[in-house]
Design a protein around this ligand. Sequence first.
Ligand SMILES: [Cu+2]
Length: 300
Amino acid sequence: MVKLLSVGVLIVLFSVPVMAQEYEDHDSMLMDHGDGHLMDMAGGMVMGQNADTLPGGCDRISETKEITVHAGHKYAEKFPGRMFAFDTQEFNFKPCTKLTVHFINEDNVRHQWMMHGLPKYLYPKGMFHLEATGPSKISGTLILPPGDKTYLVHCDIAQHMEKGMKAQLKVGKGDGDLPSIPGVTAYVEADDYTATLPELAAKAETEALAVPAIVATAVPAPTTTVQPEDSVISGVTVIGLALGLLAAPFLARKFKGLSVSEVVAYVFDLLRAFIELVVKLLTILIKWVVANKNKILPEK
Ligand SMILES: [Cu+2]
């Protein structure tokens, strides 16, 4: 019993430092490479660090702010279809704010908090950029420019922005909203789940009601213009149209009142019957070819 207890105590003692080391802190290990570029050997990086140079148009630092931004898969769970996200999608600061960002990456991959559109004379490539190979924490400071502007903040690792790691930072009133900010603005390449089969069928029915007038005017056309090729094409077109017209209301009526799953089941049933027919025809064809081959072979 004493042995068991001591083992338990040992396990607890050993797991404490492990739990404490859940996040690697890059801040204490960073080496200054000059030009606001700080880096360590563990995958932590700050670019565009600027804690003292005022951007043009700023007389003084208006406010000193500190924020902590978390990044990770779990923050995307509330946004359908997204894989990664920051815990905050919109930031707002006064012009000329001295901003320190503590960036905590909670995933086991690399994430960034990358801000674009800053003045290039002060920030290399117009960027302020925190990068952390997680799970870890990294901090950086910048001074925001004057004026009302909306800045893009994202993770530049391939597909992470497209999969949701995107935010906007408004200085002053900002100058509009950026697209595809999870929970803020509409997703630009959103899938459309609104059109269901019964709705499409109903649409086809209303279109079918509108089309007969066109057919009526189209039919006499081949008789007046005596051009054989044209009349063949228009004849086929008219037959196709007529078949479509006959089929559309039939299908519309058939699908009306059915649930989506019933419609899908019906379509699959049709498909199955069609495939069975094709397979049957193919077997007949193969049998016929093989039979003919057998007949030919002895003759040689
Ligand atoms: Cu990322």
